[in-house]
Design a protein around this ligand. Structure first.
Ligand SMILES: Cc1cc2nc3c(=O)[nH]c(=O)nc-3n(C[C@H](O)[C@H](O)[C@H](O)COP(=O)(O)O)c2cc1C
Length: 150
């Protein structure tokens, strides 16, 4: 299968999750194109070229999306993602009231736009060994979802 991995990570925790997911997919002979919201131009139309899209985002401010993900969030409305498979994940801090709010915002938005109900995974701060296993299990579920919708 062919995956797109997009992520935004300020201090590297969400990046560690993304790296674990990409390594796991590669180990299972899936192809992954990786882009970051900080450095790569992202055209929402390219989402349609993949079997599934994984989106990682840290949470900022008061449970909000990070600044670098805002344009992408709005541009999603310009493309038909009906029935498409997404996984949304991110590191957050359970110290805050709106734990991982950005993950919820993005997953709800995708869902409202008609995507298949997105799988979600939040990790508290830096992923430990057990969290990495959860990242691997998370992508396995997304792979399974692609199988169902294919
Ligand atoms: C200014 C600021 C605001 C934050 N607000 C929230 C928040 O509302 N909810 C939350 O769960 N985490 C919040 N966090 C915690 C980050 O999401 C958390 O540190 C995460 O591990 C960062 O991921 P990253 O290393 O991928 O950037 C905030 C962090 C900072 C610095």
């Amino acid at each position: 299968m062919h995956f797109l991995m997009l992520y935004a990570s300020g201090t590297g925790n969400t990046e560690l999750m993304a790296e674990a997911m990409v390594a796991h997919l590669n180990n299972h002979q899936h192809e992954v194109v990786t882009k970051t919201f900080d450095f790569d131009p992202i055209d929402v139309k390219e989402l349609l070229q993949y079997d599934a899209v994984l989106i990682g985002t840290h949470t900022w401010d008061d449970g909000d999306l990070p600044y670098e993900v805002e344009d992408f969030y709005e541009e999603l409305e310009d493309v038909d993602i009906t029935g498409r498979v997404f996984g949304v994940f991110g590191s957050a801090d359970s110290f805050y009231d709106t734990y991982g709010g950005a993950v919820d915002l993005l997953a709800d938005h995708l869902n409202n736009l008609g995507a298949a109900p997105p799988k979600q995974l939040k990790v508290d701060l830096e992923p430990d060994r057990e969290d990495i296993v959860h990242c691997e299990q998370f992508v396995d579920v997304v792979v399974g979802l692609v199988g169902e919708t294919a």
